[in-house]
Write a protein of this length. Sequence first.
Length: 140
Amino acid sequence: MFQTQIIWLFIISIPVACISWTVIHEEIFHELHEYCVKRGQSSKNSFIRKAFYLFTCEYCFSHYITIVFLLITKFTLLMPGWKGYLIAGFSVVWVANVYMTLFGLLRQAVKVEKTKILLEEKETSRFENIEIPKQNSDEK
């Protein structure tokens, strides 16, 4: 029973991480993200600022996605009832944020490698355009 719950924990955390990352970081939701950032920074009402901040922070947003997934799956961890939901909720959020951190580090590493390749290509093309004077064997 416990092993099955752990498997469910790691599986449910995948879509939570995926949705949270996509909404907060990816280009498809860029306009929504920018709107929420502006409204969150410009509002004088503390509640409105915090409400819009939820859509700019992957950690915060993952809590709400987790709640939706726990309601859909009725997943509890270790205990039945509300205690199991509470434990499952924080556990799913934690695992999902570990996934997002690892994904962010992987994307950063890929970006660094792409930049290195572009710089090497640029350097190589610069040297390909330089003409090296040929030496005649008669001049010796």
